[in-house]
Design a protein around this ligand. Structure first.
Ligand SMILES: Cc1cc2nc3c(=O)[nH]c(=O)nc-3n(C[C@H](O)[C@H](O)[C@H](O)COP(=O)(O)OP(=O)(O)OC[C@H]3O[C@@H](n4cnc5c(N)ncnc54)[C@H](O)[C@@H]3O)c2cc1C
Length: 436
């Protein structure tokens, strides 16, 4: 159990006496943005005392995480990636091994059976998984960055003791916000909850819910008092099997086909009051905070996807395919395109890791997360498309992974906030910064 994580512990980045100070003028000029993170700012960390390091720098623990997830993805997931895509289903053995590797409880403390690692370790795992299979990556992403985080942040002690060991070891979770009537305008949801003698009753329906087929635990947002509009939104924990809960339809998709995406119905679903998550009427705040963090995860998924598409095509161009008597990777026309793609992938990675480090340091990261998700999904789309072209006919056929990366890339501009919504977040923040 938790084989990677058991061996690994987060390394505290110590602030030593020899640390160089960040120039005060630079530190002070940082824009002040309201933090909507689900994570409380870590006031104990004075990052001005930390020596500046490259954004690509990883701690020893994080490097170990990257190496072991990469090995796991190559050895266990790669042989099944094409098959799972064709079958439009996740192999249960892959899910089991994600748990065994400690990748489903990355930030869950060890006292609850988790891996006790930091947020950046989760980002690294999501990226490394996407380098091989973005479907497996999103399962890990939603489970860790949205569901586990929700319970860690707002779960009661009883909920944590009961749920976290399950979420870390054998139980997949889903995050249920979107509905047929509410996607980008998520808080216009129609699902309602009413109070009962012993708890709550939920009625309504959710749409496009990732992991639905594999999950047993569902974090569900419903409006407990529509007269309060979005301020009536409240979060609940619903277990699969609760009477009235049903998975109505599994979507057939363009990409990330092995990841299940379903419509869920709630028909007089009665849950005990202990299944309230956090406080009544705070659900909208939880959803905003979680999605702000979750976007860094999707950005990591898209960066990993871009890297995977690039590497797959680069190996072919530099080693396998000859035309006009030369390896196709020797043509300058190809080399320049590949160099440009590499720059863009590294720029996306820098945005992802910068957002992740800012979150961990308790700094405002909302704009950074939006920039990372927007740009990484653009790069994933562009590079995976070019990679198909670099491989010619071999890129177009459903044999290798080139066409799969291309199809999988499209979702990056849609879920956890479309590209327009990311632009809106960035634009609003800029307006606030520059309005006198
Ligand atoms: C594969 C998949 C998995 C998903 N997983 C989950 C999940 O696990 N949980 C969950 O809750 N949801 C999930 N979703 C839902 C996802 O988050 C929504 O699809 C997404 O938020 C967009 O909503 P929508 O599809 O209703 O598009 P719409 O909101 O209808 O948007 C359509 C278009 O209009 C644009 N638009 C909308 N509003 C504005 C605006 N104000 N300004 C400019 N342009 C605008 C959008 O950018 C987009 O281009 C998933 C979706 C998919 C496809």
């Amino acid at each position: 159990m938790a084989s990677i994580a058991r061996a690994l512990r987060p390394l505290a980045r110590s602030a030593t006496a020899s640390s160089r100070k960040v120039r005060p003028s630079f530190a002070k000029s940082a824009p002040q943005i309201r933090c909507l993170s689900a994570t409380a700012p870590r006031r104990d960390i004075d990052i001005s005392e930390i020596p500046p390091t490259p954004i690509s720098h990883l701690s020893e623990t994080e490097n170990l995480m990257a190496d072991s997830v990469s090995k796991f993805a190559q050895e266990v997931i790669l042989p099944k990636a094409r098959e799972m895509d064709e079958a439009e289903a996740m192999d249960p053995a892959v899910v089991e091994q994600l748990f065994e590797q400690g990748l489903m409880g990355i930030e869950i403390p060890e006292e609850y059976g988790g891996s006790g690692m930091n947020f950046t370790s989760a980002i690294i795992a999501i990226e490394e998984l996407a380098r091989i299979d973005p479907s497996v990556s999103v399962m890990c992403d939603v489970h860790n960055t949205l569901c586990n985080t929700a319970i860690l942040k707002w779960g009661s002690e009883k909920q944590k003791k009961e749920l976290l060991p399950r979420l870390a070891t054998n139980t997949v979770a889903s995050f249920c916000l979107s509905e047929p009537v509410s996607g980008s305008d998520a808080f216009a949801m129609a699902t309602k909850a009413v109070k009962t003698e012993n708890g709550y009753k939920i009625n309504g329906g959710k749409m496009w819910i990732t992991n639905s087929m594999e999950s047993d635990v569902f974090i569900v947002f419903a409006n407990l008092d529509p007269s309060k509009k979005y301020k009536g939104i409240t979060a609940f924990i619903v277990e699969k099997g609760t009477p009235g809960f049903s998975i109505a339809k599994k979507e057939k998709k363009l990409g990330i086909k092995a990841s299940s995406t379903c419509v869920i119905n709630f028909d007089d679903v009665e849950i005990p009051k202990e299944n309230l998550l956090g406080k009544e009427f705070e659900g909208y705040k939880y959803a905003i905070g979680l999605l702000n963090e979750g976007r860094i995860g999707i950005a990591a998924q898209m960066t990993g996807l871009a890297l995977g598409a690039f590497e797959n095509a680069a190996r072919y161009a530099y080693n396998d395919r000859k035309q006009f008597g030369k390896l196709i990777g020797e043509f300058q026309g190809m080399q320049h395109q590949m160099a440009q793609a590499w720059v863009e992938i590294q720029a996306a990675r820098a945005l992802v890791y910068n957002a992740s480090r800012k979150k961990e340091a308790g700094q405002d990261f909302v704009r950074d997360a939006a920039m990372a998700k927007l740009y990484a999904s653009q790069v994933a789309g562009k590079v995976s498309s070019q990679a198909v072209e670099w491989m010619g006919g071999m890129g177009f056929v459903r044999e290798g992974l080139a066409e799969k990366f291309f199809r999988d890339s499209k979702i990056g501009a849609i879920y956890e906030g479309t590209s327009n919504i990311q632009l809106q977040t960035i634009a609003k923040d800029l307006q606030k910064q520059y309005t006198n």
